[in-house]
Ligand binder design. Structure first.
Ligand code: GLA
Length: 714
């Protein structure tokens, strides 16, 4: 019996050959889960191990890597396609399995000779247990093939995996975690926003009743795509859960011409036996491998200052230069000029598309400001929103046909703007030329690439839906900009976290996690985003108090402590800081600079102590930095202890508190002597067994506060 193994560090995927008599000749999905030795699978074909239950099709139906239509079981087909209504019963007549281009990979080709369709699946299990899946569809017939659905990933899990953790949200409230129990109804999340969206995320985490933060089986999957998607989980009557991730196609959107090929968005799927943290670490590794850094290597993540919430559209060269001077004094390393700099842009009603400096605000262009910034030793960054156009712009007056049009209907604006159809060569060339000019003529090291609206009726010039074409056009443009300017880093922003996925990450280097920098809101937003993305890719800024969007006021220490472990920045008018605030802020920036090497490379763990205390740890069992965050006042006399199961129970540790001392009084109550000593800079020794089992006794902590501990092996 032929079988194929993909072996990860902690996981295994096993496929086996179909029986010669099977209607659908595709490799059988035998196993995905905890690592198995290569000889563990009984030498039995699927049919030999499984009987045929009463009242079902006469021949048993194995779950395959690419289920066909009308197979006779309840599973979802991986392809729904037809030729003007006919020829919809795709099933493979023959298949080939090759070793694949990568080590630990497989190439599987399926051929439907009757319907003239071929599918190529490329699987690769990386060394950190993430399975990378690519699906390619070919129309070998001589008429167009209308494709309604093509799964990027089709996965089978045991029915004991009964909880799905997914995300929902909205602008300024992204990545809100929800857990649901799977039942005998389909679980489904669909995105029709045209961009990755604030509302749903193209990925989820699946667990069983024993899975926790640190242990238990945990599966995850993610679609590397920045547009419409659908993911579903079906509970099948054969005892499996079937999980599919796919591009969501609008009616008529994908018609493959004779001979044409379509590459579905890539998918990533991962298993860890070490709970949600194990899965998070797998995804962090996969995302880190996705990023293409300038010069092949991530440089230390520079401290940002972004001008948006400090000046909005009020750009005055002298003020901005003074602003930059003050920022540099504080330790800022990259100064980003946000919205408001380009031709005629005085509010959010006009000018998107006119990507040259506003002559009134910048009579000599941006060069004087850029030179001032770089002269202070900072990198200069610039905000752009290339795929957008305001009806009130030179570009729209010149090329109204470049915006998506709704035939017979009025196109809806959103923030007064329309979307350019990036699939059009004219749009591509115009945008490239404008960006290229800016990047060639100014010392720009960083683009904040924004995208501030959903796609609504994305009707292309041919009357067909243009959602997927828009995303493909965006990727082409990004690739062209990257190739021409390989030293420039790009941030993916879409009104905050509306475009965060591994698809756009292949061209970018940072996500603007949320427009909301209220530290309390950020705790849950960031913890959600961290499940898939490593900290160095997530922008986190210290905002003003009270905060513009939520109206809430938080201490500077809390704002800094929440932002510090990610890619730190400032989103406030540093010119207006009181001397005391400045004195408080500088040590936080210095602490970030001294810790970022550790925060942004090693493993990460999330956890919760209860009583409104959550924590996150960065590093290793030898050297760990732990952020302990209390989000609300305690409900008990004493805080629960901080138990850190990733430490070595046999080792001796020295623990120190490293967040800068708070200036001013705290009403958290008198700390225990141990915590007073820690606060005074003394280190305390602990046995690893104590920290992994009993835990560090935490002090009471004020309602919204962060303590940072460093725990090192002696
Ligand atoms: C979006 C971004 C903000 C800012 C504004 C500018 O909302 O998320 O950070 O750049 O656009 O208009």
């Amino acid at each position: 019996m032929t079988q194929w193994f993909l072996q990860g560090l902690h996981s295994t995927l096993v496929l086996s050959a179909p029986d010669a008599g099977d209607l659908h000749q595709a490799p059988v999905f035998r196993y995905w889960g905890p690592q198995l030795p290569a000889d563990a699978l009984p030498p039995l074909a699927w049919h030999e191990a499984r009987g045929c239950p009463p009242s079902s099709i006469d021949r048993g139906l194995p779950p395959t890597v690419f289920p066909s239509w009308g197979h006779g079981d309840a599973s979802q087909p991986a392809l729904r396609a037809h030729r003007q209504g006919a020829g919809f019963c795709f099933s493979s007549d023959r298949y080939e399995v090759g070793p694949g281009a990568t080590a630990n990979g497989l190439d599987i080709s399926l051929h439907d000779d009757v319907h003239q369709i071929a599918v190529l699946l490329t699987l690769h299990l990386d060394e950190c247990d993430t399975l990378h899946i690519r699906t390619q569809l070919r129309n070998l017939g001589d008429t167009p093939l209308q494709v309604d659905f093509l799964a990027s990933a089709n996965l089978y899990l045991p029915a004991s995996i009964a909880t799905v953790h997914s995300f929902h949200g909205q602008w300024s409230n992204e990545f809100q975690w929800q857990a649901q129990t799977l039942a005998h109804t389909q679980w489904r999340q669909e995105n029709r926003a045209g961009r990755t969206s604030h509302q749903v995320f193209p990925g989820a985490v699946l667990t069983d009743a024993t899975t926790g933060w640190h242990s238990g089986p945990c599966f995850g999957a993610h679609l590397a795509w920045s547009g419409n998607f659908v993911h579903t989980i079906d509970t099948l009557d054969d005892g499996h859960r079937q999980w599919q991730l796919a591009l969501a196609l609008a009616p008529g959107e994908l018609a493959l011409a004779p001979g044409a090929r379509f590459d579905a968005p890539a998918a990533m799927a991962s298993f860890s036996p070490a709970g949600r943290n194990g899965l998070m670490q797998n995804f962090h590794a996969a995302m880190r491998a996705t990023v293409q850094w300038p010069h092949g290597r991530m440089s230390p993540r520079p401290v940002h200052l972004n001008t948006w919430e400090a000046v909005y559209f009020e750009h005055r060269l002298g003020d901005l230069q003074a602003f930059a001077t003050e920022a540099a004094r504080l330790g800022v390393e990259r100064f980003i000029l946000d919205d408001g700099w380009f031709h005629g842009r005085h509010d959010d009603r006009s000018s998107l598309g006119d990507w040259w400096p506003d002559a009134g605000k910048y009579p000599d262009g941006l060069a004087p400001l850029a030179a001032h910034v770089t002269g202070l030793g900072m990198q200069f960054g610039l905000w752009v929103e290339p795929e957008m156009v305001n009806p009130d712009s030179e570009l729209y007056r010149m090329h109204p046909e470049w915006a998506f049009a709704a035939t017979h209907k009025k196109q809806q604006t959103w923030r007064h703007q329309l979307v350019l159809n990036t699939a059009l060569p004219g749009v591509q060339n115009y945008l490239f030329e404008k960006l290229d000019t800016l990047l060639r003529t100014l010392p720009i090291g960083y683009l904040k690439w924004d995208m501030n609206r959903d796609l609504t009726q994305a009707v292309g010039a041919d009357g067909r839906a243009g959602y997927a074409g828009f995303v493909a056009g965006l990727y082409t443009l990004l690739a062209r900009v990257r190739a021409a300017h390989p030293g420039v880093e790009i941030e993916s922003c879409a009104s905050g976290g509306g475009r965060m996925d591994a698809g756009v990450l292949a061209y970018t280097h940072r996500f603007w996690t949320s427009d909301n920098t209220d530290a309390l809101s950020r705790v849950s937003i960031q913890r959600g985003a961290l499940q898939f993305f490593p900290p160095e890719l997530l922008g986190a800024h210290i905002g003003p108090a009270p905060y513009h969007t939520t109206g809430r006021t938080q201490s500077l220490d809390f704002r800094a402590g929440v932002a510090l472990p990610l890619h730190l920045g400032l989103e406030l008018d540093v010119r207006t800081l009181e001397p005391k605030e400045r004195a408080q802020l500088v040590p936080w920036i210095t602490l970030y600079q001294s810790l970022r090497g550790q925060l942004h490379q090693g493993a990460m763990w999330l956890g919760a102590c209860g009583d409104h205390i959550v924590w996150q740890a960065h590093g290793s069992a030898q050297d760990l930095v732990v952020f302990v965050t209390r989000t609300a006042p305690t409900e008990a006399r004493h805080s629960p202890p901080l138990v850190l199961p990733m430490l070595d129970a046999t080792a001796a540790y020295r623990l120190a508190r490293i967040d800068p001392p708070t200036l001013g009084a705290s009403n958290a109550g008198a700390d225990a002597r141990m915590h007073q000593a820690l606060r005074e800079g003394q280190a305390i020794d602990f046995h690893g067994a104590w920290l992994t089992q009993a835990g560090l006794p935490l002090p009471r902590m004020a309602g919204e506060s962060v303590h940072i501990y460093r725990i090192q092996q002696r």
